[in-house]
Structures are given as structure tokens and as C-alpha cells.
Design a binder for this molecule. Sequence first.
Ligand SMILES: Nc1ncnc2c1ncn2[C@@H]1O[C@H](COP(=O)(O)OP(=O)(O)O)[C@@H](O)[C@H]1O
Ligand SMILES: [Mg+2]
Length: 269
Amino acid sequence: MPEGSGAKRPKIIAVANQKGGVRKTTTAINLGAALAEEGLNILLVDIDPQGNASTGLGIDAGDREYTTFDLILDETPLDRVVRKTDVDGLWIAPSTTDLSSADIELAGSDNRSTVLRQALRQDAMLTFGFDYILIDCPPALGLLTVNAMVAADSVLVPLQSEFFALEGLSQLMLTIREVRGSANPDLRIEGVLLTMSDKRNNLSRHVEDDARETLGELVFRTVVPRNVRLSEAPSYAMPVTEFDPMSKGSLAYRALAQEMVYRRELVTT
Ligand SMILES: Nc1ncnc2c1ncn2[C@@H]1O[C@H](COP(=O)(O)OP(=O)(O)O)[C@@H](O)[C@H]1O
Ligand SMILES: [Mg+2]
């Protein structure tokens, strides 16, 4: 399709892992910012009731009038929920703690696993001209994460290189298979992103080797090193790419953005 002749649907990627602290939010924010630096339009959808992505991008809790809670449970129009961040090209649908009741509120409804898909794939989304939508999932495999997987084209799985890293992954893969078997047969795996919990010591290297051997092509070549700038940036309400543009964390997320965009095809396993 020639440019400008019609809007194309954005690619939707769920950043998911039921473990907390494996760097889902850090990845959603900084991959989003790195893609935006490339001139792409990115929407980050925060569906973690903790709202770390929203806070990390400078949307104060008191300043979240319409949120993903309204989007998911109240059919609130997108243009009320979606807002600009201070980063050019990066937009956010913020969350609030209200969302912690979503699992219960959704449980009784017929379309409990498809509401986010309906919200993110509606025609009104095309008017924003987003290239990618990144969904920052909560640390659980409940209805919110399932909604993200049902809405998504693919799942990006951050994995921290520590001793039990690969445990839990089978549960995640099972959930992905279940979603494929029901509401979203086209769901792919975008890739598994290794992040270093330590300096590149023997254990980290062992976990990396293990992951590459077990998961093969699924694992991104890019590895995110341990980098304190990545943990400092959110308290300045900035992605690391703006907080410290030449830090190792910035370079890693830019490399990931490149790898993701230019990888020839998605892995289907
Ligand atoms: N590469 C890194 N090096 C050091 N600390 C990091 C790195 N990436 C993330 N962090 C920090 O680790 C913690 C957990 O990351 P977070 O993205 O919130 O995980 P999740 O969203 O999976 O719970 C946060 O305090 C974050 O700032
Ligand atoms: Mg998080």
C-alpha cells in the first residue's frame, strides 16, 4: 500500500512473564522509547495495576482521569485514555490501582478475554497512526495477561538470567498455547529477551547458554546488561534513552529495537 493511502493496523506486542521483577516494565518503556527514536509512533498500554510504566513516563497517579480500567471495563473511547508522553512519538494508556479488581469484574462476562482485543483493534485506533502497541503486563497469568495475549500479534518474554530463570517459562508457554487454541490462533512469540541479573559471571553465562540451547532462535541476540542507569531513569520520569542516552542500557534497548524491526520473520514455536 503506498504511503498515506490508508492507515495500517499497528503491530501489537504483549510484554509478558508471570514473574515479577524480570524487567517487563523496563523493557516496555525503553523498547518503546528506542522505537520512537527511530521515528515510529508507539503506544504503551499499561495493564499492570501497579502502574509502574505510567509513573516511569511521568504520568502522576493523581493525573490519570481515564485509564486502561475505563478502556477494559467501561468501553471508554480511546482518545480519552491515550495520551502523549514527554518523549516524541511515545504515547501511553495509563493504568491505576483500580485495575486490580479487573480479574474479578471480568470473570463473569462472556467476552472476558477479548475486551482488550476489541479496544485495541477497533477502527478508531487507526486514526492515531501507531506503528507498534506494547502492552506492559502484570506479574501474573490471570485474565489481564490473557487479555493482552488475545489482543496481541506476538508475545515478548523478558527473562532474567538467574538460577531459576527457565522455570516458569513452561507455564507461560502453556498459556500461550491455550490462547492460540482458543481466541487467538495467530499469536506468535516475538522473542525471549535475556537480561543480566549480575555482571556477566559464570552463572549468568551458564543461564544464557542454557536458554539459547533450549529455546534456540526464540532468544534475541541482544542481551540487556545489568545497568544502574536503567533503574534510576524512572524516578526522573524518563526512559533511559533520554536520561542517559549513551549508557549501556540505552545502547542495549536501541539494539533490541533494531533487531526486532529487522528480524526477517517471527518465530512460530
Ligand atoms: N538491566 C537492568 N539493570 C539493573 N536494574 C534493572 C535493569 N532493568 C530493570 N532494572 C530494575 O529492576 C527492577 C525490576 O524491573 P521491572 O521492569 O519493574 O520488572 P517487572 O516489570 O518485570 O516487574 C526495577 O527496579 C528496575 O528499575
Ligand atoms: Mg512491571
